[in-house]
Design a protein around this ligand. Structure first.
Ligand SMILES: C[S@@+](CC[C@H](N)C(=O)[O-])C[C@H]1O[C@@H](n2cnc3c(N)ncnc32)[C@H](O)[C@@H]1O
Length: 270
């Protein structure tokens, strides 16, 4: 479904992002799910497009500044390794074995997709030691990396989310940059104050067997407790204004944001 939205946002008349593989990876099943979700959340296509674009821009900027490792945590059908790869940069895709098998099968059917663009690292954040798994796959802990954790943190139990944040800060090179999106706790925990449309949208995700569990209302204390020194957050409305030049009060999509974080205050002056 996310890949379908990314593909739709990429092929819209004035696209905010560009993922030429996404629609084919999503297939008819993903596209049908996205159309079903549209009924409750007409802003989802724009949000996924903005999220893809902003994270792409951050990764490109980090690579321009010399970072040589990119880790996509909970990669799903992410295609950044194929789209943003360049000489001398290694991409690692960390995901559950079942999601990786599904992606491998899908990309193997795509003409021209660079199958070796990323090193696959199988891992369950709630059970496995993902830092060790990364190191075993050739990730270098002594040099900085950019870590993309897109569309994942709200599906984890709170302790798994917090311990992953702590480990990334403590065990990777402190100049590394983490980028992740998050939901507020009203959305994650089904507050009675949720709009009926948002409740219905959340219901579809739960029906698919991936309930949202963890929400963040203020990222700064969480990131401070987890060992970070640098935090910047950006909202859906801010990204829409930046990339489309518009602000619409009626978009009603104010539960989702993106955070950039680093354990060092020195390197990353975004
Ligand atoms: C909604 S998808 C997002 C995929 C991709 N990052 C994107 O934005 O298109 C969520 C991803 O998180 C992964 N995921 C969920 N829980 C996980 C866990 N406990 N350990 C590892 N990966 C997990 C799923 O396998 C899936 O690929």
């Amino acid at each position: 479904m996310v890949a379908a939205y990314r593909g739709r946002a990429s092929s819209a008349p004035d696209p905010v992002c560009s993922d030429p593989w996404a629609l084919r990876l999503a297939g008819p099943e993903g596209e049908a799910l996205s159309r079903r979700w549209d009924r409750h959340s007409p802003s989802m296509e724009l949000w996924i497009g903005l999220r893809t674009r902003y994270i792409d821009d951050c990764v490109v900027r980090a690579l321009d500044r010399g970072l040589r490792q990119v880790v996509i945590l909970g990669a799903g059908l992410d295609t950044r390794a194929a789209r943003l790869g360049r000489e001398g940069v290694r991409f690692f895709e960390v995901d559950q074995p079942a999601s990786q098998a599904d992606k491998r099968e899908k990309v193997s059917k795509l003409d021209g997709y660079p199958l070796d663009a990323a090193t696959l690292v199988a891992c369950d954040f709630e059970r496995d030691d993902f830092v060790r798994a990364l190191a075993d796959a050739g990730f270098e802990q002594g040099i900085p990396a950019v870590l993309v954790w897109e569309g994942v943190i709200y599906y984890l139990a709170e302790e798994a989310a917090r311990s992953t944040l702590r480990r990334l800060a403590a065990e990777l090179d402190p100049r590394s940059l983490l980028i992740f999106d998050y939901l507020n706790s009203n959305m994650a925990k089904s507050s009675p104050r949720l709009r009926p449309e948002d409740r219905a949208m959340k219901g579809i995700i739960e029906e698919l067997g991936e309930p949202m569990k963890f929400g963040i209302d203020d990222a700064t204390p969480l990131m401070a407790e987890s060992g970070y020194r640098f935090v910047r957050t950006v909202s859906f409305d801010e990204l829409a204004l930046q990339y489309t030049g518009t602000y619409e009060r009626r978009r009603f999509f104010r539960f989702q944001s993106i955070a950039l974080a680093s354990a060092s205050a020195e390197q990353i002056l975004w």
